[in-house]
Structure formats: C-alpha cells, structure tokens
Design a protein around this ligand. Structure first.
Ligand code: ACO
Length: 280
C-alpha cells in the first residue's frame, strides 16, 4: 500500500495513528510494545479520534487496526486495573470513556467501520470487533476471552458484546474455558465476516472499504441505524423509525434515490440487483 501521505492526511495522537487516503481513514492502535493493550490514554485518544473523524469529510469509511504484532490485547491490565485501583474517581472516569467509545460511539457511528484484525485479539478487544460494522481477520489471528484465566469474568462491555455477536454455546465455551480460537474459526462462528491469509489482510480490507466509499453515505448511515435500533425495538416502534428514516433520506438527498437511483434503473442504465452505479 502507498504510505506516502501528505502531512494533512496524517493525524497524530499519543497512542493512535490515523491515515486518510481516498476516503478511507485507517485508525491504528499504536502501542506495539504492549500489544496495543488499551491504556487510559488510548481510551482518551480514541474518544478524540472518533469525534474528529465524525465531522471529517475525507473520512467516509473507518478501518480500525493495530500497529505491530497485535490488533489489541484487551484492556491494559496494569495501567487500568492495578494502577488506578486506589483512585476510584479516575478509574470511573476512564471506565466511562472505555465503555462509551466502543459500546455506543462506535456502534452508532454515522460512517461505516471495519475491524482489520491480526496477531492477537483478547477480552476488551472483542467489543471493538463487535462495535465495528464489519470485521476481517488474518486466518492466524489468536482470539481469546482470557479473563477467566486470571480469575475474572468478561466485564465492562465484553459480556454484552458476547451476547450480541456470539452463539450461546460459543460464548460460554470460550468465556468459561479461556481457550483461544483462530481467524478461520472466528469466521465459522460468524464473529467476523471473513478470514484471509495474513499477507492479504490489508489488500482485502481496503477493497471492501473502497467499495463502501462508492455507496451513498446517507443511505449507509441509515442501513446501520435502522438495523441497530430495530434490534432493541418492538415491531411498531421499528416501523415508525423506518418510516422516519425514509423521510430523512429523501429530505437529505433531495429525493436522489428515486430520481437518480430508481430513475436510472428504469431508464435501463444499470441493474441495482447486481451492484450500484457509484455515488460520490
Ligand atoms: N495489559 C497490559 N500489558 C500487556 C497486555 C495487557 N492486556 N498484553 C500484553 N502486555 C504487555 C506485556 O506485559 C509485555 O510488557 P513488558 O514488555 O513491559 O513486559 C508486552 O506487552 C509484550 O507482551 P508479551 O506477553 O511479552 O508478548 P507475547 O507476544 O509473548 O504475548 C499476549 C502476547 C498473548 C497478548 C500476552 O501478552 C497476553 O497474554 N496478554 C494478556 C492478554 C489479556 O489477558 N488481555 C486482557 C483481556 S481482559 C480485558 O480486556 C478486560
């Protein structure tokens, strides 16, 4: 991949690197010496990164990844659980940031998000994978709910992420045994979309990200919102939300999905069943 980027295409944070190119913002956890374990600073940085990219027109799709040998080794066990043990206010402040950016901000992010996973992915990192819309992993990634191995259960956002994304037998198997599984198994379980050989991970992920860049961003946001909110709504409320979203798309796009979208199909210009004409 071409890594020659102009200065304004790079954004620098203490523990996160952001590169923007062709509408794709690649957000890399950058604590390779600690296998990208999520330190208090990383939670502060990710809160800021997601806020900054939310309003950045150059970032139409986000890819979350890790620098070095790991995607993310979970919560920083030392800096969070041990060093903040006697500072309950700071512990609470960081915990709230940690829960918020993965559990709510990422899940309801107005732009598509893809987790690009390699190396190691443990514990709290499951909530990053679950909060992203799509997930692609190297076949040889090591995944694990390691909490039980140090006498804990998957706390914070992790149990909810397990409930949201894993089948009951898988969640309790891996949660209770603390055994690891690889990328191929993660794909079979439906925990990720796709496992590819490590050497192809970045190319395959960027191909998917580039495809998302061609889709209408307002419609993409509504795909997520209608789906994610519907999961937690009774049927009547979900129908009301759907109706409101339809009006929102029509208003924000000035009816483009009917005039250009359906209109071009009816004029024989393309077949939406087989792909889109591409929108920018
Ligand atoms: N928290 C804090 N430090 C960590 C973490 C972590 N989660 N994971 C790795 N590190 C640190 C190690 O302490 C070590 O630091 P040091 O060089 O200062 O001694 C460094 O990262 C490299 O770790 P190694 O263990 O030497 O690397 P290796 O590649 O051999 O193993 C592995 C990687 C398997 C990820 C291992 O470090 C490990 O088991 N980490 C803990 C994983 C875990 O249980 N995560 C927490 C899940 S629970 C939750 O998120 C709430």
């Amino acid at each position: 991949m071409d890594r020659t980027l102009k200065k304004d295409q790079r954004m620098t944070y203490e523990t996160v690197l952001v590169e923007k190119k062709d509408g794709i913002a690649t957000v890399r956890f950058n604590r390779p010496d600690k296998r990208n374990a999520m330190s208090p600073q990383l939670h502060k940085d990710m809160t800021k990164v997601l806020e900054d990219l939310r309003y950045d027109d150059e970032a139409r799709v986000l890819v979350l990844a890790g620098v070095g040998k790991a995607f993310c080794a979970g919560m920083d066990l030392k800096q969070f659980f041990i060093e903040l043990n006697d500072d309950r206010k700071e512990y609470d402040r960081i915990l709230r940031l940690a829960l918020e950016w993965r559990g709510r901000t990422l899940r309801f992010y107005p732009k598509p998000t893809i987790a690009m996973i390699h190396g190691f992915c443990f514990g709290g990192a499951f909530s990053i994978v679950e909060g992203c819309d799509l997930a692609i992993s190297a076949e040889d990634t090591t995944f694990g709910l390691s909490e039980i191995n140090f006498g804990m259960f998957p706390g914070g956002t992790v149990s909810k992420s397990m409930a949201n994304l894993m089948r009951p037998r898988d969640a309790l198997w891996y949660g209770m045994l603390g055994r690891t599984f690889d990328g191929k198994k993660a794909e079979q379980m439906g925990f990720i979309n796709l496992a590819v050989p490590a050497a192809q991970l970045e190319a395959e992920t960027m191909k998917v990200a580039a495809e998302l860049v061609t889709k209408d961003p307002i419609a993409l946001r509504c795909v997520k919102e209608a789906y994610r909110f519907s999961l937690e709504m009774p049927w009547d409320a979900a129908m009301a939300l759907s109706g409101a979203k339809e009006s929102e798309v029509a208003y924000l796009q000035n009816d483009a999905w009917k005039t250009g979208g359906i209109g071009d199909f009816l004029k024989g210009k393309y077949k939406p069943g087989l792909g889109g004409p591409g929108k920018s």
